[in-house]
Design a protein around this ligand. Structure first.
Ligand code: R2B
Ligand code: URA
Length: 320
């Protein structure tokens, strides 16, 4: 059994003492403790090669997003927002030894890329959660910031997810383990979603809402697009599906939220998903925004998360 047994506010550790008020990240794998070394292969980190508690022990906010470029931009933005530019040399990619993912640390904030789709984010999350566990991090909040296709809402709107649902509109993630399907809940932290929504209302010209987010295994057929290399359904069927999704409370579609919600929930991490919408899928399938508009839209989730982190750190009203 892993040394930290509980993620609740009253944490019982293996030394028998109870620590009130600290919520540790926990892993649920009886084999981990007996391993002499844990190599986090895709992050190019390990328990023997790196002093993980020294490197990461103070992490309180983890932000994950698909694109390495965007996560570097977020790290640079947070460096400015937290006024940490002067204290460090150029920010370094902690995972530079691998080109699978990138990772930057800015004070208590970790910014990591996860690639596209469930398999890619899942690998990163296994290793990230073990990293936070080995580093003995506590009271960590994790947020996915990303892009998505909206349903029935103006492009540029930021959707804060209350529940991630699958292609059948169900709040579940089906993990295949050996030859079994294990169904996991995809509920996210409602209080955190509300808190983020309230902060979003303080930002001028910032359309935002709370809604369900549908997570699919594919960008084209899986999201009902008529413009992929393959399409075997009619325009009417597509529109009918998306309208039913809207009726079920779904306001956007992306490709990682169900596994993200399920894994974070099981490991005691308070999690949120904040995605900007790039188009209204009831209107079109292709993303044809001018570069500058796309850039500005993609900064919106970053702006909100920066405000959230600064509020939590008591630094609000500094910078942007
Ligand atoms: C949103 O955008 C990507 C596809 O373009 C995918 O990673 C996602 O969830
Ligand atoms: N990301 C998606 O997964 N779907 C979209 O339509 C846009 C971005």
């Amino acid at each position: 059994m892993a040394s930290i047994l509980s993620a609740s506010n009253k944490s019982m550790r293996s030394d028998g003492n109870t620590y009130v008020g600290k919520r540790f990240v926990h892993v649920k794998n009886p084999y981990l403790d007996s391993m002499d070394e844990d190599i986090l292969y895709h992050l190019d980190l390990g328990t023997k090669t790196h002093d993980l508690p020294a490197m990461f022990g103070d992490v309180k906010f983890v932000c994950v997003g698909g694109s390495p470029k965007r996560m570097k931009a977020f790290a640079l933005f947070m460096q400015k927002e937290l006024r940490l530019e002067e204290s460090r040399e150029d920010i370094k990619d902690i995972c530079a030894g691998t080109d699978r993912y990138c990772m930057y640390k800015i004070g208590p904030v970790l910014s990591i890329s996860h690639g596209m789709g469930i398999p890619s984010i899942s690998i990163m999350l296994h290793e990230l959660i073990k990293l936070l566990h080995h580093a003995q991090c506590c009271d960590v909040t994790i947020i996915r910031i990303g892009t998505s296709g909206g349903i029935g809402i103006t492009p540029g709107s930021v959707v804060i997810t209350d529940t991630a649902v699958d292609s059948f509109f169900k709040p579940r993630f089906e993990q295949i383990i050996l030859d079994n399907i294990v169904t996991r809940s995809t509920e996210l932290d409602k209080a955190l979603a509300e808190e983020l929504f309230n902060y979003s209302k303080e930002i001028p010209n910032f359309p935002s809402l709370i809604g369900h987010t549908m997570c699919t295994y594919d960008f084209y057929e899986g999201q009902g697009r008529l413009d992929g290399a393959l399409c075997s359904f009619s325009r009417e069927k597509k529109v009918d599906y998306l309208k039913r999704a809207y009726k079920a409370g779904i306001r956007n579609i992306e490709m990682e939220s169900t596994v993200f919600a399920a894994m974070c929930r099981l490991c005691g991490l308070k999690a949120a998903v904040v995605c900007v919408t790039l188009l209204d899928r009831l209107e079109c399938d292709q993303i044809n925004l001018p570069r500058d508009v796309l850039e500005e839209f993609q900064q919106r989730p970053q702006l909100l998360i920066s405000r959230f982190i600064k509020k939590r750190l008591g630094l609000h009203d500094q910078r942007s």
